[in-house]
Design a protein around this ligand. Structure first.
Ligand SMILES: Cc1ncc(COP(=O)(O)O)c(C=O)c1O
Length: 364
């Protein structure tokens, strides 16, 4: 059996005990709230982990990219939701090919223009694509404002080749809330706004099946709001430094760490590891900046990055020596996944095996 210290660095470690407990906890929360769980696989992009999520009760997966959905379709997953505004004839062709081999495929839309292209392709093929309309509950990225949802939904429902299955949102503004109560407020607003929009659409005669919310910080509270039927958290499977800073989880709930080697200690105030932005990404800590990675069991943090160097600013004379190994909790686990071809599943010091990050780099 390989041990963690046998691995070459930098290496991404995934603590399987923690992954299993994160999966079980979220599945139990969804069951207790009576909602379907459709985890976002963008966080791990690993087939074996998605299988564990489905085995624990997830109804299917959410993906951000059509090409990510293709990877999971190839692996045998049958119910996929591309939770992103899918736009363009090229994507429509790919969705059509996917629809032909899945039990259920759903696409995200937030405009009649974008939806019309999908509708045209499906209609011409004699098929119907299920779509969900994205509603903006305050993140102000994509999605129609709640007050425009009815008008857009009516026009979507009139497009032959599409079936409006539901509405969905992602309250990413929760990542900027300064306190755990602030996050909970965002979550309640997320769930209640979506339930109110669904009510309005149904009163206007539109048959909505799904009212889908979800981000890891807001999942617990948003899924508990009356009228919500589905939740799509992604990051919960690993968690990261940002979730700890937001109060979503404890450090012991973080499954993904980066194993790195100290390669230089050329001043008393700094040490340098072989993990820079190529390994950790340059995503900042949220909700407040705080360096680029926390070292397990140490007070010092990585405060500066270049591509191959992570510069630790040494706190209070903490000793570091060249050649020693450290474990780094990154700010954002999802982007770390996208930088690596494989991750190592570990239990304690034992390396159980490698997992391919199968959907990494799938950008179309
Ligand atoms: C549309 C959508 N749904 C769900 C998620 C999952 O959110 P989180 O990563 O906070 O779990 C994301 C994340 O970016 C998203 O964009």
């Amino acid at each position: 059996m390989r041990r963690v210290h046998d691995l070459e660095t930098p290496a991404v470690l995934v603590d399987l005990d923690v992954v299993e407990s994160n999966i079980a906890r979220m599945a139990e929360r969804a069951r207790a709230s009576g909602v379907r769980l459709r985890p976002h696989a963008k966080t791990h992009k690993v087939v074996e982990i998605a299988r564990r999520q489905v085995a624990a009760g997830a109804v299917g997966l959410s993906l951000a990219k059509t090409s990510e959905a293709e990877v999971f379709a190839d692996a045998g997953f049958e119910d996929l939701f591309v939770a992103y505004p899918v736009v363009g004839a090229d994507k429509a062709r790919r969705l059509l090919a996917l629809a032909e081999r899945l039990r259920r495929l759903t696409g995200g839309v937030d405009s009649v223009e974008g939806a019309s292209t999908l509708a045209g392709a499906f209609r011409a093929a004699g098929r119907v694509l299920d779509v969900m309309l994205k509603v903006d509950v305050g993140f102000h990225r994509v999605g129609v404002p709640p007050e425009r949802a009815l008008e857009t939904a009516r026009r979507l429902a009139d497009l032959p080749g599409l079936r409006l299955r539901g509405i969905f949102t992602h309250a990413g503004q929760g990542y900027h809330a300064e306190t755990p109560e602030g996050v909970r407020e965002v979550a309640r607003h997320e769930g209640r706004t979506m339930a109110a929009v669904a009510d309005e659409l149904r009163k206007a005669g539109l048959a909505l099946e799904e009212v889908s919310v979800g981000s890891t910080p807001t999942a617990r509270e948003a899924m508990a709001q009356a009228g919500v039927t589905e939740c799509r958290p992604g990051n919960y499977v690993y968690h990261d430094g940002t979730q700890v800073a937001l109060g979503t989880c404890a450090p012991s709930d973080c499954a993904l760490t980066v194993l790195a080697t100290v390669v230089s200690v050329s001043g008393a105030d700094r040490a340098v590891v072989d993990a820079g932005s190529k390994t950790l990404s340059s995503d900042p800590l949220r909700p407040r900046p705080g360096g680029y990675g926390q070292l397990a069991g140490r007070r010092s943090r990585i405060q500066r990055l270049s591509e191959e160097h992570g510069v630790i600013v040494v706190e209070g004379g903490e000793p570091f020596r060249v050649g020693e190994r450290v474990r780094i909790l990154p700010n954002h686990a999802c982007v770390v996944s996208n930088l690596h071809d494989r991750v190592f599943g570990v239990r304690g010091d034992a390396v159980e095996g490698e997992m391919k990050v199968a959907a990494r780099g799938r950008i179309e």
